[in-house]
Structure formats: C-alpha cells, structure tokens
Design a protein around this ligand. Structure first.
Ligand code: GRF
Length: 214
C-alpha cells in the first residue's frame, strides 16, 4: 500500500476530505507549516501522526524546505499532497519530489494562477470556473493536470458563494486523484504528460449558461 503525507497550513478542509474518503493508501502524516492550523486537531482525533514545521523557525526558504523535506522523508511517502499549504516551495524541494508532489488549486488552470482566484473570475465575468489537481513543477500553479472540476458562475454569485461551490468540487476530485495515483491508474510519463489508464475521457460537458432545449 502506498504512503502519503499531506501538507497543510490552515483550515485543512481538503485534508479532511482525504481522511474521510477511505483512500486506498496509508495516510502516514499530516504536516503543518503553522502550529495553529485548525486541521491538525482533526487529523489527531483520527489517529493520524501530525507534525509542525514552522517557517518562522528558519531564516530563509532554503533552510525551511530542507527541514520540511527531512520530516516528510521520515514517513517514507510515495506521494506528498499539498492541501492548502501556503508556502512557495524552492526548485530543489520540488525536484526532490518530482512526479510525487501533488497540489490542488481553486481555478481551472492555466487560468488564474496565484491568489484571489474567485474574485478575479467574478471580475472577468467568466461563466465557468473550477478547480484543478496537478503535479507540482517549479513554476507556481503550473504542472501536468490530473483532474479538473468545472462549475457555473451564477449571476448573483459573490466570492463567498462561488468559492463554496468550487470547494465542494475540490473535496470530490482530490480523493479521486489520489485514488488513481495510489492504484497506478494515473502516472506522470517521462515526457511530462499525465497518463490515465483504463478511463474513458469521453462524453462530459458543462455549458454555462445552459443550452436551450428545443
Ligand atoms: C483550497 O481552496 C485549495 O484549493 C487551495 O487552498 C485552499 C485550502 O483550503 N490550495 P483547505 O485548507 O483545504 O480548506
């Protein structure tokens, strides 16, 4: 069975969705960059090992990432799962976990990398927004895409209502992506492309606003 380590910084709702999902892997640890991350208590109650590696204890990004990697590697992970981990990682850290480091981002990448994705989507008036699970590469919020969920943007949406609709889908697609990875159904090819084994990719469309039925 594969081992995974989940990294959080705060609320940890994606981590909670992963813990609740009866995954086909061993969740070896939840590691937080903040001691006050709300998600830590949830993991502890469920008997998952927790650790805190605070960026405030290190003078620079390099030494923080090195200390973090040492703690992570102590759990011998096959995959390292970023779930609301709010630190930008160095290229060395990303290279160390090449093909094993996964992130979820609240937009349909490559649109809206970075912060405030929902506000920016509302500002631009897009009709479809969503979330993306992807392999991490050194460039922030880029990297080969495993799965995306798209949701409509409704006329009276606020940042709050839109983020809640997207988050609901995050909690569905992240467990699915990890299941695929742990069963070997999804792999990162040597050419950097994501390969889905045995999955039909046909027949789905979200059109927003909906087409008229005539
Ligand atoms: C999520 O929207 C995730 O996509 C982004 O940060 C947020 C984390 O939320 N990377 P949570 O801590 O999982 O509740």
């Amino acid at each position: 069975m594969k081992n995974i380590v989940i990294l959080i910084s705060g609320r940890g709702s994606n981590m909670q969705a992963l813990l609740a999902a009866s995954l086909n892997c061993n969740i070896a640890a939840v590691i937080s960059s903040r001691a006050d991350a709300a998600g830590l208590a949830f993991a502890q109650v469920r008997g998952v090992a927790t650790e805190v590696v605070s960026h405030k204890d290190y003078p620079d990004r390099e030494s923080f990432d090195a200390a973090l990697a040492e703690v992570i590697d102590g759990f011998l992970p096959d995959f390292v799962i970023l779930a609301g981990f709010m630190r930008i990682l160095t290229a060395d850290f990303v290279a160390h976990y090449q093909g094993r480091l996964i992130n979820i981002h609240p937009s349909l990448l490559p649109a809206y990398t970075g912060m405030h994705t929902h506000a920016r989507a509302l500002h631009d008036g897009v009709r479809i927004h969503g979330c993306t699970v992807h392999f991490v590469t050194p460039e922030l919020d880029h990297g080969p895409i495993i799965i995306q969920a798209a949701v409509p943007v409704l006329p009276d949406d606020t940042e709050h209502s839109l983020s809640a609709r997207v988050l609901f889908e995050e909690h569905r697609i992240y467990p699915q992506a990890i299941r695929w990875l742990c069963s070997g159904q999804v792999k990162l090819n040597t050419d950097g492309k994501v390969i889905h084994h045995g999955r039909s990719l046909a027949g789905m469309a979200l059109i927003s606003p909906a087409l008229e039925t005539t």
